[in-house]
Design a protein around this ligand. Structure first.
Ligand code: UD1
Length: 427
């Protein structure tokens, strides 16, 4: 367990280079199993979820090494279709491996996936898709056992545009016999990045970014060098830091379009927003104003992964804001923690009603999940006094050394690793 103490009251300004995208890197890492040649990934973020995914790939027999800023995954040696229980339990994205392990070995054996506790996260759409591709699935003893001889292309209609299910089906279909069409596919930019990767490896995928993705099965892919897209959620989090602390912050290496729904909210709060082709600057302009109504939706709607951070910002805004969470049913646990810091909010079903207060104060709070933890870090930066965040290791699942980024912008985070008595102050 790692606890962070955040010193409140600093104005954070400066430049942050966008980190590589977690949600793009994880399915791409799963996809390396499809290719029996080394793959060189650039801009793969150094975060816990990626470390866990790499450990899982190693347990399947892949060889992984880091060389300067590249990550090299070689799946020629992969020989094991059984996913390890403990590691997969920590990482929801281990579910992507079902499709790629199945495509590689014609069988797969996986535990139910873990990850953030942000609601009941079923995998019915993943399994339905694999079944449509001719997989036989047995769910026994807490494990999912799949076999396919062979995987066959099919039309898969998704009841909901699930990001993970779309990606999993793309991975299983890449080497299947014939054509697969995914209808009502998710349109997130990370799915476009997975398509770019698969095509760079010689697979035939088109339509990503639209609701219809078409995959023509190819027997064999080849190695490639690939640069993972920038992380729009981490970038968005830092842009909110500027608004939260009254600062002036630029994220570089970022196409503004995927964060546009956030930028519109920040403008509505009164911030000055400057979009360039390859960077975004947000400059606060006094106390933020409330923004009326926001609801989370699949892309291009407002992302659920930025909802907790927006909730933090609105906690200090002038006026009342309403935020509805449509994607995950249990994603307001940070709101309860924010109340410990003096925030005024009320949760009714899937909606938070937030009455902004001029001041927050430091408190001891718990990061229940990755983005909720980031939201508490934002509130801690604004609050008067120190805020202690318990289970801050959950933030490290998705942000590359957030403590150092905060320090580079003029803030202070003291990191305490429980158990080894280590204390590290970053400012
Ligand atoms: C991905 C992202 C996550 C983000 C989410 C929504 C990764 C590694 N994670 O998660 O950060 O919050 O997209 O943008 O990319 N559902 C079902 N059955 C299924 C699958 C999903 O009912 O088989 C439901 C979920 O419970 C949830 C909704 O669909 O209510 C969205 O889930 P999904 O789009 O699949 O999210 P993830 O892929 O898990």
């Amino acid at each position: 367990m790692s606890n962070w103490i955040i010193r409140g009251g600093a104005v954070l300004s400066g430049t942050v280079p966008a980190q590589g995208s977690k949600n793009a890197a994880l399915p791409i890492l799963a996809a390396t199993l499809l290719i029996e040649e080394p793959v060189r990934l650039l801009n793969c973020p150094a975060i816990r979820d990626v470390d866990n995914m790499l450990k899982i790939l190693e347990s399947l027999g892949c060889t992984v090494k880091r060389e300067a800023d590249a990550l090299i995954v070689d799946s020629r040696t992969a020989d094991n279709p059984v996913l390890p229980t403990a590691l997969s339990g920590e990482l929801r994205s281990s579910i992507f491996l079902l499709g790629s392990v199945l495509a590689r070995f014609s069988e797969a054996d996986a535990p139910y996936p873990g990850g953030c506790e942000i609601g009941n996260r079923p995998i019915d759409l993943h399994l339905l898709g694999l079944k449509r591709l001719n997989a036989t699935i047995r769910e026994t003893g807490g494990r999912i056992r799949c076999s396919a001889a062979p995987l066959l292309g099919a039309v898969v209609d998704l009841d909901y545009p699930s990001v993970g299910a779309t990606e999993n089906i793309m991975l299983a279909a890449a080497k299947a016999e014939g054509q697969t069409t995914i209808r009502n596919a998710a349109c997130e930019p990370e799915i476009v990045d997975l398509q770019r990767f698969l095509c760079a490896c010689g697979f035939r995928v088109r339509g990503a970014g639209t609701p219809t993705v078409v995959i023509d099965g190819v027997q064999k892919g080849h190695g490639t060098v690939f640069r993972v897209m920038p992380d729009r959620i981490a970038a968005g989090t830092y842009l909110i830091v500027a608004a939260m602390t009254g600062g002036d912050l630029t994220v570089t290496g970022l196409d503004p379009e995927p964060v546009d729904t956030l930028l519109l909210k920040l403008s509505a709060c009164g911030c000055r927003v400057d979009r360039k082709t390859d960077s975004v600057r947000v400059k606060a302009n006094g106390r933020p104003k409330a923004v009326g109504f926001t609801e989370t939706r699949p892309y291009p709607g407002f992302p659920t992964d930025l909802q907790p951070q927006l909730t933090s910002l609105l906690s200090r805004a002038e006026g009342t804001s309403v935020v509805t969470e449509n994607v995950f049913e249990n994603r307001f646990r940070h709101a309860q923690e924010l109340r410990k810091m003096g925030a005024e909010n009320r949760i009714v079903d899937r909606t938070a009603i937030i009455t902004g207060v001029p001041r927050l104060h430091g408190a001891c709070v718990t990061a229940h999940d990755l983005r909720g933890g980031a939201a508490l870090a934002l509130a801690g930066l604004f609050a008067e006094g120190d805020t202690e965040i318990l289970h801050a290791e959950r933030i490290e699942r998705g942000y590359e050394r957030m403590d150092r980024v905060i320090a580079s912008l003029g803030g202070t985070v003291i990191r305490k690793e429980e158990g080894i008595g280590e204390e590290e102050k970053t400012r």
